[in-house]
Design a protein around this ligand. Structure first.
Ligand SMILES: Nc1nc2c(ncn2[C@@H]2O[C@H](COP(=O)(O)OP(=O)(O)OP(=O)(O)O)[C@@H](O)[C@H]2O)c(=O)[nH]1
Ligand SMILES: [Mg+2]
Length: 330
């Protein structure tokens, strides 16, 4: 044991994953850091983790301060009450440092710091917005491979990438607050389309009933001919749940709705379809990322200057130059 502790930290993802599966939290943290940093090491982690089964992912999104972390923390308690382990990824779109998000989430999710069955991690964009969706998917895969059958992903639903991340979950929960226009704002941000479940949090405040009517009305309008909404496909109508997360009110209703949605997806076969669609999207993302890497590397190549000069001299068009640099023939 002492020897093991004194051994130099391993750099082998397979060994790190085995350690993480055995409950080594620092090994798990290191794997996620590698994924976050991208590059060859992230790919080596991905190769190891993807072979393990998928976890059930729940996205929690909504405006800043709407109560996502408080709800997430309460959901962690629900999962733990059922005896399962759970991983939490809090995605911070705003800051290049995880500091702010971590601090807030430590306070909000502090109840779980001593629970070995819970792993909470903040992930920042580090200025690579395009890569965050991929990094989140990979981090979720690390958590799943490490034995977390449930993964909760909190994102602020403000930008396209964040909405994309939230919508890439098996079940997506959209959190709004009472008040004039909150539902309208959520709609504008594209959150209505991805919602499988709505939560009106801070429901002790005035306006909750009006916000529910607003949501119902917008849902009615967005219902397609098959009578469904959300990203689930036919047959599912997103329920609207009122909660006071700070007091724990409405949390069991939310947990029950997540269970209902999961059973609906599984029974109809749509879970498989959704996951296949997501995988297509992921493959597309990976191809684009790899091509971008190749393009960046090509600009370092002396050939780049030669072809650029040819374009300058109008003896070559930029499209042909780019194809030559990338080795594309068509
Ligand atoms: N009055 C009231 N306050 C709440 C409720 N739920 C959460 N809060 C408070 O709202 C504030 C924001 O809660 P968070 O859970 O951090 O919200 P968040 O959506 O995760 O915030 P960001 O991650 O910063 O976007 C905190 O001060 C919470 O204590 C609620 O139901 N009622
Ligand atoms: Mg939060």
């Amino acid at each position: 044991m002492l020897l093991a502790r004194m051994a130099p930290p391993t750099t082998d993802p397979e060994a790190l994953l085995a350690a993480a599966q055995a409950g080594d939290r620092s090994a798990l943290a290191r794997l996620i850091t590698w994924v976050e940093q991208g590059g060859a090491r992230a790919r080596s982690v991905g190769r190891v983790t993807f072979r393990h089964g998928a976890a059930y992912t729940v996205g929690i999104t909504g405006a800043p301060g709407s109560g996502k972390s408080t709800l997430t923390s309460a959901l962690v308690s629900q999962v733990r009450a059922g005896g399962d382990q759970v991983g939490v990824l809090a995605i911070d779109p705003s800051s290049p440092f995880t500091g702010g998000a971590l601090l807030g989430d430590r306070v909000r999710m502090g109840a779980h710091v001593l629970d070995d069955g819970v792993f909470i991690r903040s992930m920042a964009t580090r200025g690579h917005l395009g890569g965050l969706a991929l990094a989140t998917t990979e981090a979720a895969r690390v958590l799943a491979a490490a034995g977390k059958p449930w993964i909760l992903i909190e994102t602020v639903g403000v930008g396209q990438v964040e909405v994309e991340i939230a919508g890439a979950a098996d079940t997506t929960v959209v959190v709004v607050n009472p008040g004039w226009g909150d539902a309208v704002q959520a709609n504008k941000a594209g959150l209505l389309e991805i919602a499988d479940i709505f939560v009106i949090n801070k429901a002790e405040r005035p306006g909750a009933a009006q916000t529910r009517r607003d949501l119902e009305q917008m849902l009615e309008l967005s219902m397609d001919s098959s009578g469904s909404s959300g990203s689930s496909g036919s047959g599912w109508r997103p329920p609207i749940i009122l909660s006071v997360a700070v007091a724990g009110d409405g949390v069991t209703d939310l947990w029950a709705a997540i269970g209902d949605h999961r059973r609906d997806l599984e029974a109809s076969g749509r879970l498989e379809v959704r996951r296949a669609d997501r995988l297509s999207g992921e493959l597309r993302h990976i191809m684009a990322a790899r091509l971008l890497e190749r393009a960046n590397a090509a600009t370092e190549n002396p050939e780049f200057e030669r072809l650029r000069d040819a374009v300058l001299a109008r003896s070559l068009d930029p499209w042909s130059a780019a194809d030559q640099l990338l080795g594309i023939q068509d």
